[in-house]
Design a protein around this ligand. Structure first.
Ligand code: ATP
Length: 243
């Protein structure tokens, strides 16, 4: 017998997407990028998304995180219907529950690493002194404790990507979305960044959904979903992650 009290499992998955449709309209041309996509992600999962160019991977990330609107279906994050919220509520919900490692989400060049990383905390009202302390701690966790005062231009590509990861994780979001987090890195730096994401997932239970083109990376993830033509066509969960 143990005297610990079991915590009841939350009644809903962290992320539940059901029948999601997304249509891009450019003039008279329509492209259906998601055609009834279903995906459930539980707390603590590290999920890779792979698929051919144009299959809808980035659209999946944008729509399931609420960065972009959907044209049908349902997306629930932490039990809340993302698209039943007003834009302002969704923005607030995103700031509190999600982190992003997107190449397009560039670091601010005139800010130091610490200033870049503390921004998400300042945006949700954390006191500046605490925000700085947590930013410096997070930079230490990604191996950049000795670079907190450096600006992005004074850092290597891999170091910049690690700053981006620290910024995405500093507010301890429920889910981190990463779009090709190793896309512009050489293979040694890509390995470092993937090791870091796997460690944060394994040791801290951080939920991460990441898009990758790289089969070698995909094969080492505990769960891999494959997309084709706006749908999931395979979902492979492995008993244990390799490496
Ligand atoms: N803003 C947009 N306006 C119009 N069409 C778009 C837009 N964004 C994406 N598309 C189209 O939607 C489809 C899915 O695009 P998406 O970027 O999600 O694919 P992807 O799998 O991420 O591709 P890649 O691996 O090349 O990055 C493609 O046919 C693309 O041309």
């Amino acid at each position: 017998m143990t005297d610990s009290v079991a915590t009841p499992a939350p009644p809903h998955p962290l992320l539940a997407a059901t029948g999601v449709r997304k249509v891009y309209r450019t003039g008279s041309v329509e492209v259906t990028a998601l055609r009834g996509l279903d995906l459930t992600v539980e707390r603590g999962e590290l999920v890779g998304v792979m698929g051919p160019s144009g299959s809808g991977k980035t659209t999946l990330l944008n729509c399931l995180s609420g960065l972009d609107d959907i044209d049908g279906g349902l997306v629930e994050v932490d039990g809340r219907d993302l698209f039943a919220m007003s834009d302002a509520e969704r923005t607030e919900h995103r700031a509190r529950t999600m982190g992003f490692v997107f190449q397009a989400f560039n670091l601010i060049p005139v800010f130091s690493a610490a200033e870049n990383v503390e921004l998400p905390l300042l945006l949700v009202g954390t006191a500046p002194r605490e925000a700085r302390a947590r930013a410096v701690e997070m930079l230490g966790r990604v191996g950049l404790g000795h670079r907190v005062g450096h600006r992005p231009s004074e850092l290597s590509g891999g170091e910049q990507q690690r700053v981006t990861i620290a910024r995405a994780l500093v507010a301890r979001p429920a889910v981190v979305w990463a779009d090709e987090p190793t896309g512009n890195l050489d293979s040694a730096m890509a390995d470092q960044v993937m090791d870091l994401l796997r460690t944060l997932n394994r040791d801290e239970g951080q939920t991460i959904v990441l898009v990758t083109h790289d089969e070698a990376i995909g094969r080492r993830l505990p769960r891999l979903v494959r997309m084709r033509d706006g749908r999931l066509v395979a979902d492979t969960a492995r008993a244990a992650a390799v490496g």
